[in-house]
Design a protein around this ligand. Structure first.
Ligand code: CLF
Ligand code: SF4
Length: 492
């Protein structure tokens, strides 16, 4: 395996003066930092550098959610409408070895479906057992609806599973009855409020048992407008009190063609603004995850990319893997990532905006960033499948989410379609005033400008937060950030 250079990152001072990134993990105790520093879901910073993979070994489920129709992957940790290739444990292990040998930044193996991993305990734990034996450098992670969690907490500990996600959509059985029509419990199908009551009690019990044992728990919640949206603020408080580490509020995706109850009934999902507002409300009580990509049950690669097609069963069949050698290369590669990260955050750099000195009230600005990873601006505008959205204000720069777009540039002869695709991108970037990328063509540049979004490729290969801070600074220097200027723009 040929190791590629990781990234050419800008380091030290930038045009913003003392620009830099604030490390979100510094406030955590050392043993927790060690557990999350290379987990792409538990650490926002890590998701720029490390990859995860899922193996779809768990077909059965023990509950019914109104946003699932069972033809597809578990929507609790995935987006609906996606079907993964089901694997037996032996096949899954072979695939993990192949991926680990070829993607050295893949640090985490998760089991997240296509049903519920703990409703398929033999297949799930057999996969984990073999991975621990053959690839001990890989972290293990599991995602569950929680119904069978308490009875499996000991097994999770025995298999060194350090990260568990529980999907908790409510703590009120009356709300639960609107989300879960039934559960399968003690060999019986139980319906309505009683079913929700049992599920909630099992989830809360399992959460407490895990945190008592020092296992990191992330709670996923599906935001269902009109059903549990405001209630999730209360959920956040309760799970935090029980020791959950992170809360991931995900949008409901309900389309008629998925054949789910909510899809057919026309239940809508939240808008981007509604989701951000709820995440902000919950954030007062909890660390929030905002970089989730609702990845499929057989996802492979960095969050937001899916390299599963490179590792189908027929392809891995012919791969010859020396895992001892691969493990050394993985360790070297990951050490290189850590060294680069340390250089970037040397001296606990904190973004310090000279705009602060202006003592004027400056408005926040949303910026979209094209990045293919490593925490730097390194992607051509036309190649971006999604944009990372950052908010800059006069206090700091924060990541607030991502927006998916159709690929604008396919290369070849697809230019005729380009205009409408660009229109879609502009719609996806609603509310953003700047788009930062490594390069951009003349035509999209003009169209973006006309739409009120300023393209900027001057910060190519710079650390994202530093570049966003620098651009915010430039806007402040030009007087574009005063509330009056904004009001003028709105009426112009
Ligand atoms: Fe997989 Fe989940 Fe583990 Fe991550 S995913 S089992 S914690 S390794 Fe991550 Fe994917 Fe969001 Fe899940 S981005 S859907 S939160
Ligand atoms: Fe579907 Fe997952 Fe809910 Fe089971 S837990 S019904 S697989 S969404």
């Amino acid at each position: 395996m040929q190791l590629k250079p990781i990234a050419q990152t800008a380091s030290g001072c930038t045009s913003s003066g003392c620009g830099g990134r604030s490390d979100q993990l510094t406030h955590l105790p050392k043993h927790i930092r060690e557990k999350v520093h290379n987990h792409p879901c538990y650490s926002e910073q890590a998701h720029h550098h490390y990859a995860r993979m899922h193996v779809a070994v768990a077909p059965a489920c023990n509950i019914q959610c109104h946003y699932c129709n069972r033809k597809y992957d578990c929507t609790n940790e995935s987006r609906p409408g996606v079907v993964s290739e089901l694997l037996k444990p032996d096949q899954a292990v072979k695939k993990v070895m192949a991926v680990a040998a070829n993607i050295p930044q893949m640090t985490v193996l998760g089991i997240a479906g296509p049903g519920d991993p703990l409703a398929n305990p033999e297949r799930t734990f057999e996969t984990f057992r073999q991975i621990t034996e053959k690839a001990p450098d890989i972290k293990l992670c599991v995602s569950t609806n929680g119904l069978a969690l308490p009875e499996h907490v000991d097994a999770l500990c025995e298999h060194n599973i350090d990260h568990v996600t529980i999907t908790i959509n409510c703590i009120d059985p009356d709300i639960g009855a609107k989300i879960y029509p039934w559960i399968f419990w003690n060999h019986q199908r139980i319906k309505g409020r009683k079913a929700a009551e049992i599920l909630i009690s099992q989830q809360q019990k399992g959460l407490q048992m895990l945190t008592d044992r020092g296992i990191l728990v992330k709670v996923n919640s599906v935001m269902i407008p009109g059903i549990n949206d405001q209630h999730l603020v209360e959920v956040s408080k309760v799970v935090k009190a029980k020791g959950a580490f992170l809360h991931n509020v995900m949008p409901l995706i309900a389309e008629k063609e998925h054949g789910t109850f909510y899809g057919i009934m026309g239940q809508r999902g939240p808008t981007t603004d509604e989701l951000t507002a709820l995440q902000d409300q919950c954030a007062g009580d909890m660390n929030m995850m905002r970089h989730c990509r609702q990845c499929r049950a057989d996802a492979v690669g960095m969050l937001g990319e899916d390299r599963n097609e490179e590792f189908t069963l027929d392809k891995i069949e012919h791969m010859d893997i020396d895992y001892q050698q691969a493990m050394q290369q993985r360790a070297a590669y990951q050490q290189q990532i850590e060294q680069e990260n340390q250089q970037q955050s040397r001296g606990e750099m904190v973004i310090s905006l000279a705009a602060l000195k202006s003592k004027k009230s400056l408005r926040p600005v949303l910026m979209a960033v094209a990045s293919s990873g490593s925490g730097v601006i390194n992607q051509h505008f036309g190649h971006a499948k999604e944009f990372l959205i950052y908010e800059a204000n006069d206090m700091d720069v924060r990541f607030i989410g991502h927006r998916k777009v159709d690929l604008y540039c396919h290369g070849g002869d697809s230019c005729g379609e380009a205009e409408s695709k660009l229109d879609k991108i502009i719609r996806a970037l609603e509310g953003c005033e700047v788009v930062l990328c490594s390069k951009i063509g003349y035509e999209p540049w003009e169209t973006l400008e006309q739409a009120g979004i300023q393209p900027n490729s001057e910060h190519a290969m710079e650390v994202i937060e530093e570049a966003v801070a620098a651009v915010y600074q430039e806007m402040a220097d030009k007087g574009e950030l005063t509330q009056q200027h904004h009001a003028w723009l709105a009426t112009a």
